[in-house]
Design a protein around this ligand. Structure first.
Ligand SMILES: O=C(O)CCC(=O)C(=O)O
Ligand SMILES: [Mn+2]
Length: 213
């Protein structure tokens, strides 16, 4: 028999102090999360944001929550208003808040209530280069990051951009949490390989929960 390319291995992987991949942690709510993403993307469409240098990100994004991460020619910021629609971002669904809180708690970060969720959509060829999540005001809160759909390579670096990253496979339903001493670790996603996932088709979605204020 052929191996199942999308078999979900439920292994947890310790990445560092306050950081781990929780294998399959979101699997039981994955279909509901994707349904929310589809519904919300009709209100706040996926778009390829521009960077200060005028390039467009290969990952398409929108936000939900009271604040959303925005990039344009003036740089990065959090904004309560979606510049594409001039309306507030869609509210964080209670299911999202509950999942993010439980995942953070699994690493010992109790009481995590995100106010921003960046929704990323990767298609084959999309990638996210090494970066730190540093536009949030409150770095004492962790980051919670949920993988849905096609598998990807999560790059887990160090405190310096030049630190060579470890490569970890993340699959549908995996949740990565990093906080405390690992909060400012450089991370990224390798170029997405082509595939067809039963839940998302030819795409990977990622939900990145942050406490921005
Ligand atoms: O897609 C991922 O797994 C990571 C996303 C990320 O690091 C970000 O949106 O800042
Ligand atoms: Mn990030």
């Amino acid at each position: 028999m052929l191996p199942d390319l999308f078999a979900d291995d439920h292994r947890d992987v310790q990445l560092g102090p306050g950081a781990a991949i929780l294998g399959g942690f979101a699997l039981d709510v994955a279909d509901a999360l994707i349904a929310h993403v589809r519904h919300m993307s009709a209100l706040a469409p996926f778009r390829h944001m521009e960077t200060r240098s005028g390039k467009h990100l290969s990952v398409a994004m929108f936000n939900c929550g009271s604040l959303g991460w925005v990039s344009d020619r003036s740089g990065y910021r959090y904004d309560a208003i979606d510049p594409e629609t001039n309306r507030p971002w869609p509210a964080l669904p209670p299911l999202f808040l509950d999942l993010a809180g439980r995942a953070a708690e699994a690493l010992g970060f109790n009481g995590f209530v995100p106010d921003a969720c960046l929704v990323n959509r990767y298609v084959p060829g999309s990638k996210l280069s090494l970066h730190q999540d540093m536009d949030e005001r409150d770095h004492s809160a962790p980051i919670v990051s949920v993988s849905l759909g096609l598998p990807a390579t999560f790059l887990w670096g160090g405190r310096q951009r030049s630190d060579r990253p470890a490569r970890h496979r993340v699959v549908h339903g995996d949740v990565v949490v990093w906080g405390g001493p690992s909060r400012m670790t450089f991370h990224g996603v390798g170029e997405l390989k082509a595939g067809d996932h039963p839940a998302t088709g030819e795409a990977r979605y990622n939900l990145t929960f942050r406490k921005a204020r």
